[in-house]
Design a protein. Structure first.
Length: 471
């Protein structure tokens, strides 16, 4: 077995110990980042007088060749390799020999290597996730633009509340996902610090230059405390929280799609490409994409819990428990890479029954607030106006009619301030138009909001396209 340790051991690890210790089956995704880091480390070794120019040239050429072999799949880890670092050192020594290849490890430890690799991997991956989220936001934006003038019931407590623009309803998800990207951008500021140079925990006596490594690799600076550099996994926990919240927002969107596509709502028709059937009931058309989005949010939430539990009782500096971080983040990234494109396709192909939504918009006495606010505009105190509107609902409910079907006599009997002019607000179109605050549901307001969203999405895309680490 190839190992980066063992000089003081009389024998190798047992098979069970080796199996438990092995991580190369999942940390191999860090290989290109580890090679880039090795090139930067080789250069600071040279600048410190620990590699000659010829040795540096040999090492850089060997690492470049190894990287090409990794990319092509020609070089792969073996069962004997404990982790990605061991596998790549083996590959380098096989390429350029022990005399030069064996010098690369000086001044660094797997402890600062893995933390640096993981930061680089996650920073680039965050931008990949942002790209997928942006595609979903654009699908939502297209649907929202198409339905600015479509009226629908707005809900609180899953009960009819007030009519809204369905474009406004759809756009709320765009804003939720925009906050997710803002969180990743904010996280990125803290993740953009290189731990290289921390060594095992105490730095190095070899006069290396951690700042030069950080600059070459694309970091904004260095972690200033070497012990913190190898033991910190806040950046992992924070990243996982951000992915979990993306999962939660996907789940909430998925829940709404399930409701909209149900027979009881009947608002949306699923495209065949983004739904499935039943093995026993031929008539079924199931919203599996939306349901899987709900379900997979659970594993994303679980990853946060897992890593926080690992971290909560760790003593100083590096502990092997930290190996548990990588499977969680790798799975979280993979999960979102599966769910986000599928949800984008599902959302983009939904067909909405706008007539049915419009018919339902005023039902459930959803225009009651409009009566109260009309009375306020006539000078009636809101507390009294609220009681009057509630009395209108009581009468209409007893009669089995909607509010706009009350007669002038019934209105005036409820309260003298109620005249037939109240009917001017007892239409869905009038109700929507009246909600004209800058963040309201009036169609004109919604159009301005969606125009602003386009600017937000353009800025997100620019950030997502600028990956900080070249691999």
């Amino acid at each position: 077995m190839t190992r980066l340790w063992g000089g003081r051991f009389a024998s190798g690890p047992s098979d069970a110990m080796a199996a438990l210790s092995e991580s190369v089956q999942f940390d191999w995704v860090l290989a290109p980042y580890d090679i880039a880091q090795s090139k930067a480390h080789a250069r600071v070794l040279h600048n410190a007088g620990l590699l000659s120019q010829a040795e540096l040239d040999t090492m850089i050429a060997g690492l470049t060749e190894l990287n090409s072999r990794v990319e092509s799949g020609d070089f792969l880890p073996t069962p004997a390799d404990e982790d990605v670092h061991t596998a790549l050192e083996r590959g380098l020594i096989e390429t350029i020999g022990t005399e030069v290849g064996g010098k690369l490890r000086a001044g660094r430890s797997r402890n600062d290597q893995v933390s640096t690799d993981l930061r680089m991997f996650l920073r680039n991956s965050a931008r990949g996730i942002a790209t997928h989220v942006g595609h979903l936001q654009n699908a939502l934006l297209t649907q929202a633009k198409n339905h600015v003038d479509s009226a629908a019931p707005g809900f609180t407590h899953l009960q009819h509340a007030q009519p809204v623009s369905f474009g406004h309803e759809l756009a709320k998800h765009i804003h939720a996902f925009a906050r997710d990207i803002e969180r990743l951008q904010d996280w990125d500021k803290r993740a953009a610090k290189s731990p290289m140079g921390s060594g095992a925990l105490a730095g190095s006596s070899l006069k290396l230059d951690p700042v030069a490594v950080a600059t070459e690799l694309g970091f904004d600076g260095i972690v200033e405390n070497s012990i913190d550099g190898v033991s910190d996994r806040d950046f992992v926990a924070e990243f996982l929280f951000s992915t979990a919240l993306i999962g939660v927002h996907l789940s909430r969107l998925g829940e709404e799609i399930c409701l909209w596509a149900s027979r009881e709502f009947g608002w949306a028709t699923l495209d065949d490409a983004w739904s499935t059937g039943s093995s026993i009931m031929p008539q079924k058309k199931n919203p599996d994409v939306a349901e899987l989005a709900r379900g997979k949010s659970g594993r994303l939430i679980g990853h946060v819990t897992s890593v926080l539990t690992v971290l909560k009782g760790l003593p100083f500096a590096y502990n092997r428990d930290l190996q548990e971080d990588k499977e969680s983040v790798i799975d979280a990234i993979h999960t979102l890479q599966l769910v986000l494109p599928a949800m984008t396709g599902c959302v983009g192909t939904l067909v909405f029954d706008t007539a049915k939504m419009a018919e339902s918009a005023p039902q459930g006495f959803a225009l009651a607030t409009d009566i109260a606010e009309w009375l306020v505009q006539q000078g009636v105190p809101f507390n009294h106006a609220h009681e009057v509107a509630g009395a209108c609902v009581k009468v209409a409910e007893a009669e089995g009619i909607e509010l706009d079907e009350l007669s002038d006599e019934q209105f005036s009997a409820i309260d003298p301030a109620l005249t037939g002019d109240v009917r001017s607000v007892l239409t869905v179109a009038g109700s929507l138009a009246s909600r004209s605050t800058v963040n309201g549901t009036a169609p004109d307001s919604v159009r301005l909001q969606l125009a602003n969203v386009e600017g937000v999405l353009a800025a997100q895309e620019s950030w997502a396209n600028a990956k900080p680490h070249a691999v």
